[in-house]
Design a protein around this ligand. Structure first.
Ligand SMILES: C[S@@+](CC[C@H](N)C(=O)[O-])C[C@H]1O[C@@H](n2cnc3c(N)ncnc32)[C@H](O)[C@@H]1O
Length: 299
């Protein structure tokens, strides 16, 4: 698209748009292409395709969530969290934590659900291809904090022997929609589960160590009776060896600092600590083609 086509489509002035596109090209988000008569033109790159609203690999919903004023304001109060660990910059900014805020502001809750679903579109196929054996021998799979059930929708299709239970806050599951093979159950993550429970995807990083240990203890008790296991899908920070996703993992850790009370991305040693305190006897870590790894924890 030429600069002039772009500016007329967007209804904005060519001169500042030219400067923005120069910056985005420098970042590799678009590439330059000389159009007719030497006027500037632009072409897509794999990165810009991630920002398109539709498409299998779209990350647009995640970007729209993180760039929303509700999510940006807590960054301005980050010093509160840094000065007193445990003080939430989200609460300083909005007077309540992110989950209560989303419960009372359904539009924000929807932004979160859509952002999570767009990430799940990347993680879940990566699990299906990277470690399908994790789901062997299970009959039911409970996704704790499963949001709108998008993860389970893909998993029960890939592994049809699984019965899926999508467990999240009542106001989240009430708008989750009907998915064949998936039952929606509303409740609190800290309540006593009366169901078998296996998967915690992008959930434990929202919580501090004490809350994680409590959640994991309950998961362990629930799966113990059925000789089951708990699957944690979350990032593992490598402090010594950096990989190409280290930048994203460390950036997510900053987002946890800004948006949750005590959440954080954990190193392998930190995962070992919370799992050990929760009573798990052993665990394995599988790397998949995603920011998250799959930790299988056995009671
Ligand atoms: C970061 S999202 C992850 C969503 C989903 N697992 C995924 O990977 O797309 C965290 C989820 O935890 C849920 N959650 C937060 N607090 C909860 C609570 N007290 N009880 C149950 N679910 C909770 C939120 O509603 C949200 O859906």
């Amino acid at each position: 698209m030429t600069l002039y086509e772009l500016s007329s489509t967007l209804g904005c002035a060519p001169s500042p748009l030219y400067r923005i596109m120069r910056f985005l090209m420098h970042r590799g988000i678009f590439k330059g292409k000389l159009a007719r008569q030497g006027s500037p033109g632009y072409a897509q790159t794999p990165l810009s395709r991630r920002l398109m609203k539709h498409g299998e690999h779209s990350m647009a919903a995640l970007i729209l969530l993180e760039s929303n004023p509700v999510m940006l304001t807590p960054w301005l109060s980050l010093s509160a969290r840094v000065l007193a660990d445990g003080t939430s910059s989200f609460e300083v900014a909005h007077g309540e934590d992110i989950w209560s805020y989303s419960a009372s502001n359904p539009a924000h809750g929807q932004l979160i659900n859509e952002a999570m679903a767009c990430d799940a579109r990347v993680i879940v196929p990566a699990m299906i291809h990277g470690c399908p054996e994790v789901f062997d021998g299970l009959s039911s799979l409970v996704d704790v904090g499963g949001g709108n059930g998008k993860t389970l929708k893909v998993l029960v299709k890939a592994f049809p022997w699984l019965r899926g239970i999508n467990f999240d806050q009542p106001h989240v599951v009430s708008v989750a929609g009907v998915i064949s093979g998936v039952e929606n159950v509303g409740g609190d993550i800290s309540s006593d589960y009366e169901i078998d429970l296996y998967e915690l995807q992008w959930v434990l990083h929202d919580w501090g160590d004490n809350e994680c240990i409590q959640i994991l203890k309950k998961c362990r008790e629930a799966v113990l009776k059925n000789k089951g296991k708990v699957i944690i899908v979350d990032a593992v920070i490598e402090e010594a060896e950096k990989d190409k996703l280290t930048d994203v993992k460390l950036a997510l850790d900053m987002a946890m600092m800004a948006h949750t009370n005590k959440g954080k991305e954990r190193t392998l040693k930190e995962w070992g600590f919370v799992l050990g305190e929760a009573g798990f006897s052993r665990y394995t870590v599988k790397t998949i083609h995603a920011v998250q790894s799959v930790i299988e924890a056995f009671p």
